[in-house]
Design a protein around this ligand. Structure first.
Ligand SMILES: NC(=O)c1ccc[n+]([C@@H]2O[C@H](COP(=O)([O-])OP(=O)(O)OC[C@H]3O[C@@H](n4cnc5c(N)ncnc54)[C@H](O)[C@@H]3O)[C@@H](O)[C@H]2O)c1
Length: 273
């Protein structure tokens, strides 16, 4: 997708942080933007911000962990602006604490938003993109935590590794329809992610104090606008990965070296008769 002018984009988690920056940047580039978020006041503020700049936006309250709500979002987007060209599955939440201490509700909440949210987006939008036959693009927001494991981030790591794997395969699967896939893997970005518990439903353990101490990320902190610009550049160039922080290179390299050593060690081991 070389230009966003006249295109229709959907951004989940568009009420804050990276999603807000993506929505605003896309609107500035001439896209009509459907902004989806579970936080309605934030959603309304982003729509108002885009419209104040002369852009076109539609706000649709949506909980991405609820399949029916994501299908309703797809219907509203089609009614409001027509066929969707760019889907940004960006909504996400973080949870700190060891896997050994995670509750079932911790897994349900984090995987519900971070993984099922992405799956629901694909289910609700990609078949229509294929039927339309005009190509398109899917951006999935994962994290550097989808490439490197960090103590105290295991539930989040699980969700984000899954999004990276899903995106790598999706890119291969959708190539015949000229639908590109980009997976966004940032480290620190100045957003409200550390207050992710604000949106945790009571039925899934919301309202309780956080179980674990926030993990200090290495590397610098980028403004979300810069991350949005990097992401849109990757969509234009049809690049699979957006890796925003050079600091991730060393841990990724060490992980790869551990895998490489394991392959040699395993192959070198005596085989069972
Ligand atoms: N900020 C970082 O350092 C960082 C690093 C790596 C990855 N990420 C990822 O970036 C994405 C965006 O997060 P952010 O940093 O902008 O945080 P943020 O909290 O500022 O924004 C996330 C948005 O998602 C919304 N949201 C939460 N649950 C939702 C749900 N069930 N349905 C719909 N919307 C929901 C929130 O209301 C919020 O508007 C997430 O997927 C996050 O995991 C962030």
């Amino acid at each position: 997708m070389e230009s966003f002018a006249g295109r229709v984009a959907v951004v989940t988690g568009g009420g804050s942080g990276i999603g807000r920056a993506l929505a605003v940047a896309l609107a500035r580039e001439g896209a009509r933007v459907v902004v989806a978020d579970v936080e309605e006041p934030a959603l309304r503020a982003v729509v108002a911000e885009i419209e104040a700049e002369g852009g076109r936006a539609l706000g649709v309250p949506t909980d991405v962990s609820d399949r029916r709500q994501v299908h309703a979002l797809a219907a509203r987007a089609a009614d409001g602006f027509g066929g969707v060209d760019l889907l940004c599955n960006n909504a996400g939440v973080v949870l700190h604490g060891g896997i050994e201490a995670a509750t079932h509700e911790d897994w349900q909440w984090v995987l519900g938003v971070n993984l099922w949210g992405v799956i629901h987006g694909i289910e609700a939008f990609v078949p229509a993109m294929i039927r339309r036959g005009e190509g398109g693009h899917v951006v999935n927001t994962a994290s550097a935590a989808g490439l490197v494991a960090t103590r105290g981030l295991g539930v989040y790591n699980t969700s984000k590794y899954a999004v990276v794997g899903l995106s790598e395969t999706l890119a291969k699967d959708l190539r015949p329809w000229n639908i590109g896939v980009t997976v966004l893997c940032p480290m620190g970005v100045a957003t409200r992610i550390r207050q992710a518990g604000r949106n945790r439903p009571a039925a899934l353990g919301g309202g309780r104090p956080a179980a674990g101490e926030p993990v200090e990320l290495m590397g610098g902190t980028l403004p979300p606008e810069q991350v949005a610009d990097m992401t849109l550049a990757a969509v234009r160039a049809n690049e699979l990965y957006v890796i925003t922080h050079a600091e991730v290179l060393e841990p990724v390299r060490r992980r790869f070296e551990r895998l490489e050593r394991a392959i040699h060690r395993t192959r070198g081991a005596p085989t069972r008769p």
